[in-house]
Design a protein around this ligand. Structure first.
Ligand code: 5GP
Ligand code: ZN
Length: 116
């Protein structure tokens, strides 16, 4: 899917509202509309990348910044010490439904392993 029709690009450019709780030069974080845990934040790069399969070597700094964001959000949300999950789904079998990569930050409850 191109960035023209991308839901998360629309959140990035303000066309669709979201509760944005984190912003950096390369990434933003906002609350998931259908939270699966007391804290459920999505971290996305400002650059449109559809899936993990589309990440290129020159994206490594941007991808790294998603984890810096995760660390800061975890502290902000008070879940850093207890623990949290940072997960990115790739394509349909993994459950990816929005094709602009996003790191799910889930915390505030005990997580099961393996995920379903
Ligand atoms: P995926 O299944 O692609 O890994 O995750 C997509 C996530 O985006 C889902 O958890 C879903 O609840 C969330 N989501 C879908 N549409 C919207 C929206 O319009 N706003 C927000 N904040 N989250 C959304
Ligand atoms: Zn996009």
């Amino acid at each position: 899917m191109s960035s023209d029709n991308c839901l998360f690009c629309k959140i990035l450019n303000g066309e669709i509202p979201a509760e944005i709780i984190y912003e950096s030069e390369t990434a933003i974080g906002f609350r998931d509309i259908n939270a699966k845990a007391p804290t459920h934040v999505l971290v996305i790069p400002r650059k449109h990348i559809s899936t993990i399969n589309d990440i290129e070597v020159h994206d490594e700094t941007v991808i790294g910044s998603l984890y810096t964001a995760a660390r800061e959000i975890a502290v902000q949300e008070g879940i850093a010490e207890d623990g949290y999950r940072a997960v990115m789904n790739c394509n349909e079998s993994a459950g990816q439904t929005v094709f602009h990569i996003h790191l799910h930050i889930l915390g505030g409850r005990q997580m099961d392993w393996p995920p379903g």
